[in-house]
Design a protein around this ligand. Structure first.
Ligand SMILES: C[S@@+](CC[C@H](N)C(=O)[O-])C[C@H]1O[C@@H](n2cnc3c(N)ncnc32)[C@H](O)[C@@H]1O
Length: 201
């Protein structure tokens, strides 16, 4: 039988380091919405590793069949069907649970979509919401590595409007949406895992 599961080597490489940070921030959290789930590998792996958490994958409609394929051989009941979700939509069609996670998406979407994502969470996420964002970031307008600089050049060609985001600009959008930075964790391959918590209204 043909294996319909899309594969990303990067996901295989980063899933365990990400899991270690997620475990810390998701203690006591029973429901999470993932934005831009991509291949679905992360959703499949994290759902299995965090069985007390309901991991809701989502992405643009084109990616849902691949995510569904990763779900098919999973026996657990904490990985619901992927939800179609574009962060620029006025209505995401799903409630925002206690935690939101996204990996490697802010540099793929245009900045206006990043703004829309934070604005939506500012309006709809509950107080106390944990927002966890994994990916590369610049600091003080500088790349943190030569490889990130080269990756940004590639992004400019492959994803016009995309690009490695300035940590300060992203944190400013988060603050405007009512979030306070809890942690900024250095991750392998010059990535970061940013964690915010939404204050009470
Ligand atoms: C580089 S992939 C990362 C996928 C996966 N999270 C990972 O770490 O491998 C970027 C993801 O962002 C999603 N994405 C791009 N624009 C989006 C938008 N406006 N709303 C929701 N997801 C979006 C893409 O469909 C894709 O799945």
């Amino acid at each position: 039988m043909t294996d319909m599961r899309p594969f990303s080597q990067a996901c295989e490489n980063n899933k365990r380091p990400i899991l270690a940070v997620l475990r810390h921030h998701l203690e006591g959290v029973d429901m999470l919405l993932e934005l831009g789930s991509g291949t679905g590998q992360h959703a499949r792996f994290f759902a299995e590793q965090l069985p007390g958490l309901r991991w809701q994958p989502s992405d643009l409609a084109d990616n849902l069949p691949g995510i569904e394929a990763w779900r098919e051989d999973y026996a657990g009941d904490n990985l619901p069907a992927p939800h179609p979700l574009d962060v620029t939509w006025q209505d995401w069609g799903i409630g925002i649970p206690a935690a939101v996670f996204t990996a490697n998406s802010l540099h793929i979407m245009p900045w206006s979509s990043v703004e829309a994502l934070f604005a939506y969470l500012g309006e709809h996420a509950p107080a106390g919401n944990r927002l966890l964002v994994y990916g590369p970031f610049n600091y003080g307008g500088q790349y943190t590595s030569e490889s990130n600089a080269r990756f940004d050049e590639w992004l400019a060609v492959q994803h016009p409007g995309g690009g490695i985001r300035d940590f300060e600009a992203v944190d400013a959008r988060a603050e405007a949406a009512g979030y306070q930075l809890l942690d900024d964790t250095a991750m392998p391959a010059n990535n970061r895992l940013l964690a915010w918590r939404k204050s009470a209204a």
